[in-house]
Design a protein around this ligand. Structure first.
Ligand code: IVH
Length: 698
């Protein structure tokens, strides 16, 4: 609703016509009330009562009536979100002298959080303290002033004393109510909150900027900042900003702080603000420090699945009386602390750019730098994707860059920090020879990928073996990258089929190889023989054949021999198999060396059929079903759940849509659950998923 709403509100109507009759006035007022009620339900309670289209119809009627009766337009009408004109600069605004917008002290770990608690206990001389914990949204803080129920002025934090007037821009944010039913005693109040841009919107905006050749925003925070401080409110409106509010300050006319009997602490103030129509955020916890510490930890695990960036949790002593007693230093309140999560972005200087050779010969340039902490782990290399990406982002050796890691994705270089350029940086030139085998690299017309075409390139062979043994493929435990390197170096293996000829005695000759490890390796290799055709097809590393294509082909042909003799046209006629996969498969089986490899695997006892194996495609009971995963699963990781679903013919997608068949809900599910309920999507618990997956084995 937020998106369509900001888009459907047109410019200020300005044609003055006609006399006003009473019933028009009444209808306008009724429409405004109705629209406000729906805004409140949608934004503050996340519980819409009508569809976007119905909402738009109400809004359109209001705008039409206001256009014909302009004298009835009021600044707090819900139609007035995109008003105002482009300004030349943002006017300075003094924040309340009695309540400057302070910053927060940080706790980097649990010990520091507990030390904060000990200080609070000492100061209050009481050890039962109740706290509220809520996400620390990575956006920009703003102050919203309400007088007699009307939003009259909004400002950025600035230096905490003086900010900038961004009222017109803030009005474009649907979740900021323009008019509220303020209770007695709240004739004047200020609400503070964090303006942010949801991740999905951020991705869309950057995609569009990329298409238009415009400069990309480095992260959602920068995008939100640029949008909120834009001089043209229409641009702000188009960006789809949002807000979570986190503080209420009630004042008298001189700015003196007042208390309201309706809220004696932060938790009740947030409930009151929600009732008034403000968006207070979905993850708020209330309790003693020990309960909150575990909530804080758990949310840290889940932060990737939230639709917005958070950089920590803010823990606040809840009671206003306690807050006042604790007071503040010049910089921070003594009653609150920010528990910081590790940053998702790091900055580092590129020391070198090297080439990595993939299992299909694809060459990936990789940036090397001194280790930096990104999303909780240290990284020292990040992919640069390909030659064109390096040119497009103008990444040079010696540049300081932002590095990002989302979820379990490999780190990537997001952007160059241009202000750090000294002129001593070197432009990267793509080498012409493979760093592993020395073969001449090629880059066909119209393709972005540079390749090593050699079939006996050691780097490709090593990557092929790593892929063959990996979890989603033949899943050979205990044969990790280090063991593979040892096996290759000692020439115990040359390709994957040699794994099946390994003997324990020869393994024992390897460095640091004990009896037990050798036996584990032999057993794991033996077990992998019965993985089945789907996994084998994926494991062979045929270009463009992922685990899903492997499953489809296996369930169709049921034995590798049938597949080997199939032509491109027939392959292409299979649902979901396109020309790229079809060509790649026939090309693979057309090469004698691959047929020889398959024969060696068969000779070693590897199962080449479908039915007898416990392989991925034994039955396609989830054929065509779409799954979305949300929350934390306890019995398996997300990649595991995904591969199990895919093995049975299902698909896992990231967003809930009308086409989704099942939403699998783990602990602390996110907003996807709500969406699924709205759309009537079947919701499965983790146990439900396990039962569905096991139905195959019964
Ligand atoms: S309370 C006096 N609560 O963090 C306490 N701040 O480092 C003021 N922030 O300037 C802040 N989420 O921009 C508070 N739930 C939250 C917050 C939050 C984000 C930001 C805010 C503040 C900065 C302090």
């Amino acid at each position: 609703m937020s998106k369509s709403k900001t888009k459907t509100v047109p410019d200020n109507p300005s044609i003055a016509t006609g006399a006003v009759n009473e019933s028009t006035n009444a209808r306008i007022n009724a429409l405004r009330e109705e629209i406000r009620r729906h805004e409140r339900l949608y934004y503050a309670f996340d519980d819409p009562a009508i569809s976007d289209a119905e909402f738009d119809t109400l809004m359109r009627e209001l705008i039409e009536l206001e256009t014909t009766n302009p004298s009835l337009i009021t600044p707090d009408s819900p139609s007035q979100r995109v008003g105002g004109t482009v300004s030349e600069s943002l006017a300075p605004v003094q924040h309340n002298r009695n309540a400057p917008m302070l910053s927060l002290d940080n706790a980097m770990n649990v010990e520091e959080l507990l030390r904060f608690h000990e200080r609070v206990v000492k100061n209050l001389e009481r050890d039962e303290i109740l706290y509220t914990a809520e996400p620390k949204i990575d956006g920009l803080s703003v102050s919203l002033i309400y007088e007699n129920g009307r939003f009259v002025r909004g400002a950025t934090r600035g230096d905490g004393i003086t900010g900038e007037d961004v009222t017109a821009n803030l009005k474009t944010i649907g979740s900021i109510p323009l008019k509220v039913e303020a209770p007695a005693g709240m004739e004047r109040f200020e609400v503070r909150g964090e303006v942010f841009i949801p991740r999905e919107r951020f991705e869309d905006i950057n995609d569009e900027r990329e298409r238009n050749g415009e400069k990309l925003f480095a992260n959602p925070r920068n995008c939100a900042a640029g949008s909120l401080r834009h001089l043209d409110p229409k641009i702000t409106a188009s960006r789809g900003l949002d807000i979570f509010v986190y503080a209420l300050v009630v004042t008298n006319e001189d700015g003196g702080r007042l208390t309201t009997p309706l809220a004696d602490g932060h938790h009740s103030a947030m409930q009151l603000l929600q009732l008034l129509g403000f968006r207070t955020g979905e993850k708020r916890f209330y309790g003693d420090i020990f309960t909150l510490t575990s909530e804080v930890y758990m949310l840290g695990e889940e932060r990737d699945s939230l639709g917005y960036d958070i950089d920590g949790m803010v823990i606040k002593v809840d009671s206003y009386r306690d807050q006042e007693e604790l007071g503040a230093t010049t910089k921070f309140p003594r009653w609150a602390i920010a528990f910081k999560y590790p940053p998702v972005q790091g900055a580092a200087m590129i020391k070198d750019i090297i080439l990595q050779v993939g299992r299909t010969g694809a060459i990936t340039p990789v940036a090397l730098f001194d280790p930096v902490a990104v999303a909780g782990s240290m990284v020292a290399r990040a992919t640069l994707h390909n030659e064109d990406e390096i040119k497009r982002k103008d990444i040079r050796i010696g540049d300081t860059v932002f590095i990002e890691k989302a979820g379990d994705v490999i780190p990537k270089v997001v952007k160059v920090v241009e202000s750090k350029r000294t002129g001593a940086e070197t432009v990267f030139v793509m080498p012409t020879q493979c760093p592993s085998c020395g073969a001449t690299l090629s880059r066909p017309e119209g393709e972005v990928v540079t390749r090593c075409e050699s079939h006996d390139c050691p780097a490709q062979i090593r990557e092929k073996i790593r892929h063959f043994v990996s979890r989603g493929a033949m899943d050979i435990e205990f044969v990790g990258p280090a063991v593979i390197d040892q096996l290759l170096e000692s020439r115990l293996i040359v390709d994957v089929s040699d794994l099946y000829r390994l003997e324990k005695e020869s393994l024992l000759n390897l460095d640091r190889m004990a009896e037990k490890s050798a036996q584990n390796i032999i057993d794991a290799i033996e077990r992998s023989k019965t993985q089945g055709l789907a996994r084998l097809l994926f494991a062979l590393g045929i270009r463009h054949v992922g685990s899903r294509a492997g499953s489809i082909l296996a369930s169709k042909y049921r034995s590798i021999d049938c597949l080997v003799s199939t032509g491109v046209d027939e392959l292409e006629s299979i649902h979901e198999i396109g020309p790229t996969v079809a060509n790649s498969v026939t090309e693979f089986f057309g090469r004698q060396s691959n047929i020889d490899l398959i024969e060696r695997l068969r000779g070693a006892g590897v199962n080449m059929g479908d039915e007898s194996g416990k392989g991925a495609s034994s039955k396609q009971i989830l054929e065509g079903k779409r799954f979305v995963l949300t929350g934390t699963l306890s019995s398996m990781t997300r990649p595991e759940a995904t591969s199990k679903i895919e093995a049975l013919g299902g698909r896992v997608t990231s967003a809930v849509t009308k086409k989704t068949d099942y939403l699998v809900e783990g602990a602390d599910p996110g907003s996807k659950s709500k969406k699924a309920k709205e759309l009537g999507v079947t919701i499965l618990t983790e146990t439900g998923l396990s039962e569905l997956l096991q139905a195959d084995e019964g």
